[in-house]
Design a binder for this molecule. Structure first.
Ligand SMILES: [Zn+2]
Length: 473
């Protein structure tokens, strides 16, 4: 009898604000340790927090994008625990009255329900070396939203797909930069296994699944571990486990704490957060278009095939780039092909982001227009494109410098064809004898003779005509 995994995900996303959630300290990543701190985020006695309106605004965008119910009143609470990266001795979060509840996220052909979205502050960061531990509190007080799913995810692949979707959405609404290396997105997974249709099993929480690669791997390992325990008649203990990517296993971190361990109580230094209808309406009005809306427009307005339209909205940067190429080239279909195939290939090969890519949309637009005008053929265009990607030079300049313009002068093609026929008398003989398969070979030779610049249809036509007249002589 098989097992079924039951997985819920908690994703923490750092909100794209200039300043922290309860003070005016900057949130920029990578500053020297403890240079972006003040009495509020250091937790000095008597310092009072003031809520950052922009953080609420970004959280609301995500709540709208996931179809959540937004609560007109929500309450900040103190989550009490001791850890050296938490100077106040408590984290300000939201507990029993969160900002938003009951949303959803469509992942492939399934809908994963969102349990809640709430606002909270991040803690600082501990830096360990061989014989000491240092604390950097620049991150303390950085605004986060925690997005908690219902336990609707059924496999490690689906968990990774959910995480990918959520990241895509966060980036499209400008709520989070999605930067995994800098820890802008962190994911914890609650995992249990059960017999299909049976009662829920005991769950464990796996921390440190912070990359797309690890999400699937960490969850897969934990599912297998739990099945192993249960099949040898052991019991699963409720605990928090850490994924060790190097050892490829999850390990016990601590026994799982319950909500009451945190002694939550309403934060006395902050007012109830009130979000009225007018605020929600203005968030809706100013919402950037979502990936689904953009891909829908590509299909309906520009007749882009669904799979391409979907791929082109993988990130907001890519969608923006594609749309800019469409306006520069005036040809959506060709723009879609070039961006999806060639641009993504180069980015992938060189492991670079669009932001650092040399071929700008106007440059790619120029190349596409040259192909459309017949100045260069498809094969040469790809060579020119590779050179553009390498040197950052424009298409017209490369074509002029290397003399790559397509040959569409019949006389020039005819004289090249004469040379090819003279040099390949045996094949010409075969063709005349009825072995017409050699035609492809001769076309290849002609293209070689013209260094790939002969206009293909014209080259075919002229060559066939010359061979036919030759055989009839
Ligand atoms: Zn501060």
């Amino acid at each position: 009898m098989s097992w079924e995994a039951v997985i819920g995900l908690e994703v923490h996303a750092r909100l794209l604000t200039q300043t922290k959630i309860f003070c005016g300290c900057p949130t920029a990543f990578g500053a020297p340790p403890n240079t972006q701190v003040c009495p509020v985020c250091l937790g000095y006695p008597g310092a009072l927090p003031v809520l950052n309106r922009k953080a609420v605004e970004l959280a609301l965008r995500m709540a709208v994008a996931t179809g959540c119910e937004i609560h007109p009143r929500s309450v900040f609470a103190r989550k009490n625990y001791f850890y050296p990266d938490l100077p106040k001795g408590y984290q300000i979060s939201q507990f029993d009255q969160p900002l938003a509840t009951t949303g959803r996220l469509v992942v492939g052909d399934r809908t994963i329900r969102i349990h809640r979205i709430h606002l909270e502050e991040d803690a600082g960061k501990l830096l360990h070396d061989s014989n000491s531990t240092l604390v950097d509190l620049n991150r303390a007080g950085t605004p986060l939203i925690e997005i908690v799913s219902e336990p609707d995810v059924r496999s490690s692949e689906e968990a990774a797909a959910y995480f990918t979707r959520l990241r895509q959405l966060l980036m499209f609404v400008d709520a989070c930069d999605g930067n995994m290396e800098e820890g802008s997105l962190r994911c914890d997974a609650n995992i249990s296994v059960r017999r299909p249709g049976g009662p829920l099993g005991t769950r464990t929480e796996v921390k440190n699944v912070n990359s797309f690669r690890y999400v699937a791997r960490a969850i897969e390992h934990e599912i297998e571990r739990q099945i192993g325990v249960l099949e040898s008649r052991g019991t699963i203990r409720q605990e928090t486990r850490l994924f060790d990517a190097a050892a490829n296993e999850t390990r016990v971190m601590r026994s799982k704490e319950e909500a009451h361990d945190y002694r939550y109580f309403p934060e006395p230094d902050l007012l109830t957060l009130e979000v009225d209808d007018a605020w929600v309406a203005s968030v809706r009005r100013n919402m950037p278009p979502l990936p689904a809306q953009r891909s829908q427009r590509y299909r309906s307005e520009w007749s882009i095939p669904p799979a391409d339209a979907e791929a082109l909205v993988a990130t907001r940067d890519l969608a923006d780039y594609f749309e800019a190429v469409v306006s520069a080239s005036g040809n959506p279909r060709l723009a879609a092909n070039w961006v999806r195939n060639e641009v993504l290939r180069v980015l992938n090969d060189r492991n670079i982001e669009l932001a650092g890519y040399r071929v700008t949309p106007p440059m790619l637009g120029e190349l596409i227009r040259m192909v459309e005008a017949g100045t260069i053929g498809g094969k040469i265009a790809k060579e020119v494109f590779d050179e553009m990607s390498a040197s950052g030079e424009g298409a017209a300049a490369i074509v002029a410098k290397r003399g790559l313009s397509q040959i569409s002068d019949p006389a020039a093609i005819r004289s090249a064809a004469e040379r090819v026929l003279a040099a390949n008398a045996a094949q010409v003989e075969q063709y005349r004898a009825g072995k017409t398969q050699v035609f492809g070979f001769l076309v290849g030779q002609l293209m070689k003779e013209t260094r790939g610049k002969a206009k293909a249809e014209l080259a075919n036509e002229i060559l066939r005509e010359m061979l036919t007249s030759a055989s009839s002589e």
